[in-house]
Structure formats: structure tokens, C-alpha cells
Design a protein around this ligand. Structure first.
Ligand code: PEP
Length: 250
């Protein structure tokens, strides 16, 4: 089985001014200088350049938190993949549950955004995950399969390994309620099976867990066989906490 490089991503959401982002990166870099992991900072659009400029020559990759599927056009307030690539941004979060819930991001739109990101050479970090009601109703796998099949419908099998998938149970995001290691492993293994059935070189796909990951629980979650990294919200706002999670990845 190919070794998968751990992938630890900070999702800052709508946090950090340019000055705060710069301060974070300056504190983080010496703390993670020896890491073998891919460390990714998902910054607000306004802070992307500040992060990009500070991370040259380091292990840190930079991601946006959203993008439009078209390259340009009359879409007021939107930002496209070529615009992000021009800034030297390398990845983009797509389908975060907050965007699905508050901004009407649908599987139909995601089916266009994921290939648009790949075509522009941006690494999509595709978020999928079930609601509390779906988990309680025993529908977790059905929801994950539906989201994956819909969002990746237009991605060629050979390109699936270029997608990073984040399993983010909605009930665990920002709630302090973390999935148990068994729940996280089961869901991430299921996601890998779905990708394999779609023709992916599934052993090469990085699958992340996201949902109240913090220094205290990171090592246990990151040691799971099908969890290749984390997408971290709240605990990624503090560079010491985030560095501790990077360290826990190996
Ligand atoms: C997220 O927003 O992707 C996330 C996992 O948030 P938190 O770590 O705060 O639960």
C-alpha cells in the first residue's frame, strides 16, 4: 500500500485579518520546521497573499475556502480558480457544511466546482459529512455515498486521487463533540471504498477527519488506518495548538 503523506489543514473560516494571519504564520513556521506532513492553511481571501508570501520555501501550502466554478464572468462577489492560482494558492476547500448550510452550496454546484478546481491545478479539499439526524437514523453511509457520487460525478477515475476528501460529521463541527475513533475510522474507510468502487487508486487518496480535533485528541484520530490527516477549525486559530496537531501527525 503506498504511504500517504499526512495532510493537516487549518480552516480559519471568517477569522484573521492580514496582520493576524502574518503573525500566526511567523509563530507557526519555526514550530513545524521539521514536519514531514503537508501543512495547509485555508485562509480568507483577503489574507491569502500574506500567507503565500511568508510560506515560500516551507512545508506550508495555502488554500482558499471557496471558489466559483467559472473562470470569469458576471458573478458579483465571487472569486475564480485562475484568480487563486495567480496568487500561488494551491488548494481550495469545497462543500464545507457551513457553505452547504448557510450559502446554499449544492451537490449540483459542487459537481462543477471540483472539476474546475482540478482543471486549474488547484487541489480540491472536498468536505462530506452527515447531520446528527442522519447519524441517529442510521443513514451515515447513504449520505456519504450520495455526496461523493454527486460531487465527483464529473471527475475522471484517474483524477480522483488528486482530490483530498474531508469527512466532517456536521454534529462534530465547532461543537466540542468529536467522533469516536471507531466512528471516524468506519466513515473514512467507507469513503475509501466508495472511491475505489468509482475506479480511484483509493490507497493514494488522502482522507481527513474534521470535527473538534484538538491537541488532546489528535494523536488518537491521526493514528487510525484510514485517517490521513485533519481539517481543523477552532483549534487551528492558535498557532501553538495547530503546531501540536501537526506534531501529532507523526
Ligand atoms: C471545520 O470547520 O472544518 C471544523 C472541523 O471545525 P472545528 O474543528 O472547529 O470543529
Amino acid at each position: 500500500m503506498p504511504e500517504r503523506t499526512p495532510y493537516i489543514a487549518a480552516n480559519w473560516k471568517m477569522n484573521k485579518t492580514v496582520a493576524e494571519a502574518a503573525e500566526f504564520i511567523d509563530t507557526l513556521l519555526p514550530r513545524i520546521a521539521a514536519t514531514q506532513a503537508d501543512v495547509v492553511v485555508c485562509a480568507p481571501f483577503t489574507a491569502l497573499t500574506a500567507v503565500v508570501e511568508r510560506r515560500y520555501g516551507t512545508a506550508v501550502k495555502v488554500a482558499a475556502q471557496n471558489m466559483h466554478e467559472e473562470a470569469s464572468g458576471a458573478f458579483t462577489g465571487e472569486v475564480s480558480a485562475p484568480m487563486l492560482v495567480e496568487l500561488d494558492v494551491e488548494a481550495v476547500v469545497l462543500g464545507h457544511s457551513e457553505r452547504r448550510q448557510f450559502f446554499g452550496e449544492t451537490d449540483e454546484v459542487l459537481a462543477r466546482k471540483v472539476p474546475a478546481a482540478l482543471a486549474a491545478d488547484l487541489e480540491p479539499i472536498l468536505c462530506v459529512g452527515e447531520s446528527e439526524a442522519a447519524r441517529d437514523g442510521g443513514e451515515t453511509e447513504e449520505v456519504l455515498e450520495r455526496q461523493l457520487q454527486a460531487d465527483l460525478a464529473a471527475v475522471e477515475a484517474a483524477d480522483l486521487e488528486r482530490v483530498v476528501v474531508a469527512y466532517e460529521p456536521i454534529w462534530a463541527i465547532g461543537t466540542g463533540r468529536t467522533a469516536t475513533p471507531e466512528q471516524a475510522q468506519e466513515a473514512c474507510a467507507f469513503i475509501r471504498d466508495v472511491l475505489r468502487a468509482r475506479g480511484a487508486a483509493a490507497d493514494r487518496v488522502r482522507i481527513l477527519y474534521g470535527g473538534s480535533m484538538k491537541p488532546a485528541n489528535a494523536a488518537e484520530l491521526l493514528a487510525l488506518p484510514d485517517v490521513d490527516g485533519g481539517l481543523i477549525g477552532g483549534a487551528s486559530l492558535d498557532p501553538e495548538d495547530f503546531a501540536a496537531i501537526v506534531e501529532a501527525s507523526g
